[in-house]
Ligand binder design. Sequence first.
Ligand code: NDP
Length: 312
Amino acid sequence: MEHIKTRCLIIGSGPAGYTAAIYTSRANVNPILIEGYQPGGQLTITTEVENFPGYPKGVTGPQLMEDLRAQASRFGADIRAGYVDKVDFSSRPFRIHTDNDLEIEADTVIICTGASAKYLGLDDEKKYNGLGVSACATCDGFFYRGKKVAVVGGGDTACEEALYLSNLASEVYLIVRKDYLRASKVMQQRVFDKENIQVLYNTTTAGLYGEEFVEGAHLVEHIGTDKELKFDLQIDGFFLAIGHKPNTEVFRDYIELDEVGYIKVNSGTATNVRGVFAAGDVADPTYRQAITAAGMGCKAALDVERFLAENH
Ligand code: NDP
């Protein structure tokens, strides 16, 4: 086991984590950043990012994250692979353990662990996981060239996934539980303009079927009403895009969470434990944008600097 000490440990490598690393490195705090299972975070599995300021022509998610990582490295941030599997925030310095056997003593911590895709909770999602069920169109869309797929959800993510898949698959069904899309108007219009995307409103998924791989979904229209209609839809791929849940399980014993599991922070980025801060999607149920996560990462870094100056 390797033991290391740091004045600031940043957990997570999305826009919040890298921005916190850029700011704390430039302030000579010499941070260590632990990347987590998905280095670069959720943006590494998106396609085009059109709304991050500074990229007038847009940028791919992976490129944006590579740029942020390079910027953090440039100022000396110590970026390491690993996944935090245990923490002890009962006294300072805090103790953090990773799955690759790093034991870290940290004067301050910035939690930037983001959020992960939600599933409907059907047994069939587990049964066919990797056999036709996916929560990432850009990762798995390639396997569905010329085939029929469904995307569940009516938000911006669902529309984005449906649009991406519509360039590969022959037919895309967007399964929406209400009678409207929640996505922004511009995304909705792009979906409506695509001939091979069909929106199925008022529709829920009851299950999936297929010998080995997904061959179709059991759907219900107007569930629980007198118009209820059960039908099967033949598809080869079933993509979830119904939102995300915050990655906070490992901090649960120490850090105060809201009823959904998001970290509660004060008007800045301070958690209930003095010296532990949180930034990005893990602490933001409202905005959840790359740019707001980056902004919050900056705030957390400044909060850390102030804390270290007052508590050295
Ligand atoms: P949202 O929470 O916005 O949307 C989730 C969608 O999934 C809703 O349509 C919701 O339905 C549906 N849903 C949730 N649970 C279920 C369920 N159990 N069964 C069926 N449907 C369900 O999440 P997104 O991931 O789409 O977006 C998150 C945030 O990120 C938003 O603020 C969004 O604007 C932003 N975003 C922006 C992008 C961009 O600007 N390019 C791209 C992607 C995301 P209902 O409406 O009925 O609740």
